[in-house]
Design a protein around this ligand. Structure first.
Ligand code: CP
Length: 321
């Protein structure tokens, strides 16, 4: 893991815009590469010189804690040069367009852009208008591909496989990019996927993605091996003028994962959450901190998985010899 990616094993894509861009062989390659980086991250010196000749811009037009820090750490562990940009301190506040902002950054010889943006499709749009490798770090309600990769990687680590595992994704499916990317990733890897939440937070015709829909959380828990609990995206509620449920208290009563509910299922269920957690709403502290919770393993694995994604995409960037 000290040299560049073996060019005989390459990703089939120049960007990571969504899970739909990846084949099963790509995901398998990312996981095997992440396995190697997990070993690197367990060493006293958690760093390899692989990307000394690569410069990466992290552009965050929307709030983030985990994803921003995880990408930055992954890039530093690979010895890339990095610049960090947040919209609150940028010239986009002065009316500059996204393409002009990014083109100006790229003029300073930047090779790769990691971008979080509130608008669905922003990463795809950018990839069509600038000459740089684009990594989608979450675009509105569309996709969050590295989250889905680290989630599937964490299931594989905990249960030894993804194929055939029954995963229920619970909560605000309608506004969740994590849910959509997870559905695509888990289905590609052969998992069975169920969505659980109130009708008002469930996209219409979502069954066409090959998933089951269940509105009763107790039934969903009896069915699943893994429960991935999602946060209510309060910042996106009511954006269409409609309130999606009467109160957080009622939501927590029907869809909050409590210890009582967990015990009632009568089985060992692996608990996941992409963060940030709203304790006492979608999950209680007892469940979030339970021995079957892999929430912090997801965060830890995020660094190795993002190192793998960046490393493999960098191998596709033409370099000066
Ligand atoms: N899981 C996730 O995307 O968290 P952040 O919004 O903190 O990056």
């Amino acid at each position: 893991m000290s040299e560049r990616a073996n060019t005989s094993e390459m990703l089939s894509t120049d960007h990571l815009l969504g899970i739909q861009d990846l084949g099963v062989a790509d995901i398998d390659l990312i996981f095997r590469t992440a396995d190697g980086f997990k070993e690197v991250l367990s060493r006293p010196i958690k760093k390899v010189p692989s990307l000394r000749d690569i410069t990466i811009a992290n552009l965050f037009f929307e709030n983030s804690t985990r994803t921003r820090i995880s990408f930055e750490l992954a890039e530093k562990r690979l010895s890339a040069d990095i610049i960090n940009f947040s919209s609150s301190s940028s010239s986009t506040k002065k009316g500059e367009t996204l393409i002009d902002t990014v083109s100006n950054i790229l003029a300073m010889k930047v090779d790769m852009v990691v971008m979080r943006h509130p608008d669905p499709g922003a990463a795809v749009f950018l990839s069509k208008h600038v000459r740089a490798c684009i990594v989608n770090a979450g675009d509105g309600t569309h996709e969050h591909p590295t989250q889905a990769l680290l989630d599937a990687y964490s299931i594989r680590e905990k249960l030894g496989r993804v194929k055939g595992v029954k995963v229920v994704i619970v909560g605000d499916i309608l506004h969740s990019r994590v849910a959509l990317s997870n559905i695509h990733c888990l289905k590609k890897l052969g998992a069975e996927v169920m969505l659980c939440g109130p009708t008002t937070l469930m996209p219409r015709h979502v069954e066409s993605l090959g998933v089951r829909v269940e509105h009763d959380l107790d039934k969903a828990l009896r069915w699943c091996d893994v429960a991935n609990m999602l946060r209510i995206q309060l910042e996106r509620q009511g954006s269409d003028g409609i309130s999606n449920f009467p109160s957080l208290r009622e939501y927590a009563m029907l869809y909050g994962l409590t210890m009582e509910r967990y015990d009632r299922a009568g089985k060992q269920i692996t608990i996941m959450h992409p963060g940030p957690i709203n304790r006492g709403v979608e999950i209680t502290s007892q469940v979030a901190d339970h021995t079957n919770s892999i929430i912090l393993d997801q965060v830890e694995n995020g660094v190795a998985v993002r190192m793998a994604v960046i490393y493999l995409l960098a191998a596709r960037i033409p370099r000066a010899q």
